[in-house]
Design a protein around this ligand. Structure first.
Ligand code: FAD
Length: 496
């Protein structure tokens, strides 16, 4: 659409110049101020290693760069453009959020999605837009990354971390299997939705994903799935959340004969209570609540669950082959060369393929990368009475994080250095609210994280900064007749 607004650029290339100008006007990025520390390999320590360059990792990096923390590395195991779900396993045409969302821009108007979109489609195009296309969101994130100069290194996987009092030792693996040991003062784990656990791959009495021989018939919704191969097939989906509908819609549009969805509940959840939490008071205030108040609020939000967006439901309902069977949990599943046999509380069925849209588990200590520190990590179950924890076992497994998303110790003093690891993914939700997962809270989260890291990087080197303060010279009066050389001045105060 032709842009007619006088203050909106005619092309994205022109808009990019404006965004660069905005960043320059904000003096971005400021000079690095962090003191160099040396690691055990006699090389300078990395100040912050960010693992995961999805939306949260890249925004955390942007927030740190904006604060002059420039000795950072940000890595992702996936190739460029494949980070996160947007171009991989997210299967909805548009975002679930309304179009008026901010986050990756960190409050800079020319970096907002709206500005990016208007530069290409005009103010009228923005007014006409219903919801943001999923792939537009991906391209927008990659655009910000480029404009803000966020230095992502792709195809590098974090394999392990260990905490020492002065640094974190991390083993990184390149795609050619070469490994590298690096030392960082801080590590931010921005590993995504599955990053504090894993995809929930269920087992049944007759099905074990570890040993099953017909695994081409069973997928988790976050797997790569060749939907074209599902043409003419009967699909079963376990779960009735947003991803269930997105996978069902994609399968039906690819020509699947039928999709039968199975839900444990008697009806779909009706209200997404986390939408309520998108206001400044909650996003800034929640983490300041005591343990009991936070537990009460978030276990309620979890219990209520979220309905799928109505667009996803309507997308499936268009197809005659779509159905949902409520109050019908799976009791058993068995794969054969001919199909997948499902036994529920109400009957037995055979399908060609099963998709488990069962979400992601929460079990941070089980993450392979954290094997060396797993016994030291405090969880919410360590902070609430046992019977309370037992009433909400999933909430109880969330890590119990500190003010800056840092890990805390189960037994204080037992693993110095643990607090150098920050969990900036879905795992922080019980401690901070959804500030490192969903789009609306992310900027608040990234700024909080950066603030906390900046404080530590500064205060740990207070003595060095004090020495810099003493050595600081600024010949402000040099052009005047009142200038005095340093060694000829009488000092007003005597430094200690
Ligand atoms: C299908 C789907 C749809 C969603 N839709 C919306 C929506 O509409 N609105 C909304 O607000 N939220 C939505 N969300 C929630 C949230 O916005 C996304 O999950 C978002 O991607 C979170 O960003 P992230 O950076 O935490 O994780 P991700 O974007 O998943 O990024 C994590 C990155 O970490 C990398 N990584 C993981 N392990 C390692 C390792 N060991 N070493 C190196 N790299 C590693 C991964 O490759 C990945 O790129 C959706 C989530 C999903 C799954």
């Amino acid at each position: 659409m032709q842009n007619t607004h006088p203050f909106i650029a005619r092309t994205l290339a022109d808009h990019e110049l404006l965004a660069a100008l905005d960043l320059a006007r904000l003096n971005y990025p400021p000079a690095n101020w962090v003191k160099t520390r040396t690691g055990p390999d006699n090389k300078p320590l990395i100040d912050v290693l960010i693992v995961g360059a999805g939306m949260c990792g890249q925004t955390a990096a942007f927030a740190l760069l904006r604060e002059g923390v420039r000795n950072i590395r940000i890595i992702d195991s996936k190739p460029h453009g494949k980070e996160g779900p947007w171009g991989t396993y997210a299967r909805m045409p548009t975002l679930r959020s309304p179009k008026q969302i901010n986050g990756p821009d960190l409050g800079i108007p020319s970096l907002t999605f709206r500005a990016w979109y208007e530069a290409q489609h005009g103010a009228e195009g923005w007014a006409d837009l219903y919801k943001i296309s999923r792939l537009d969101w991906l391209n927008y994130l990659l655009w910000i990354r480029r404009v803000a100069g966020i230095p992502v290194e792709n195809n590098i996987t974090l394999r392990s971390v260990d905490a020492e009092p002065e640094w974190i030792c991390a083993t990184l693996e390149q795609s050619n299997a070469q490994t590298e040991t690096v030392y960082a003062r801080k590590v931010v784990l921005a590993l995504g939705r599955e990053g504090s656990g894993d995809a929930k791959r269920l087992t049944f009495p007759s099905f074990d994903p570890e040993t099953d021989t017909n695994l081409t018939r069973v997928f988790h919704s976050s797997d790569e799935i060749d939907f074209k191969a599902l043409k003419g097939k009967r699909i079963s989906i376990l779960g009735a959340g947003a991803s269930s509908f997105d996978n069902a819609g994609t399968a039906l549009e690819a020509g699947a004969t039928s999709v039968t969805m199975f839900a444990r509940r008697p009806h779909l959840p009706q209200v997404n209570k986390s939408k309520w939490s998108v206001f400044s008071g909650f996003m800034r205030g929640y983490a300041a609540l005591d343990t009991q108040a936070r537990w009460r609020m978030y276990t309620y939000i979890f219990d209520e669950q979220s309905p799928p967006p109505h667009e996803s439901v309507l997308r499936c309902e268009k197809h005659a082959g779509f159905s949902i069977r409520f109050s019908e949990p799976w009791l058993d599943m068995q794969t054969t060369t001919a199909g997948v046999n499902i036994h529920t509380s109400k009957g037995a069925y055979t399908f060609d393929t099963a998709i488990l849209a069962t979400g992601f588990s929460i079990d941070l200590p089980a993450r392979q990368e954290l094997a060396s520190i797993r016994g030291s990590i405090a969880l919410w179950k360590d902070h609430v009475p046992a019977e309370v924890a037992a009433s909400h076992p999933v909430a109880a497994r969330f890590p119990f994080l500190g003010k800056g998303f840092e890990l805390t110790e189960r037994v204080p003093g037992s693993k110095p250095g643990l607090e150098r690891i920050h969990i900036f993914n879905w795992g922080s939700t019980m401690s901070h609210g959804a500030l490192s997962s969903d789009i609306p809270g992310m900027a608040t989260g990234a700024l909080r994280l950066a603030d906390n890291i900046v404080q530590t990087l500064f205060s740990e080197d207070e003595h060095l900064h004090y020495a810099s303060l003493l050595a600081f010279e600024d010949p402000e009066l040099a052009p005047t007749s009142y200038f005095i050389e340093r060694d000829k001045r009488s000092s007003a105060s005597t430094p200690e």
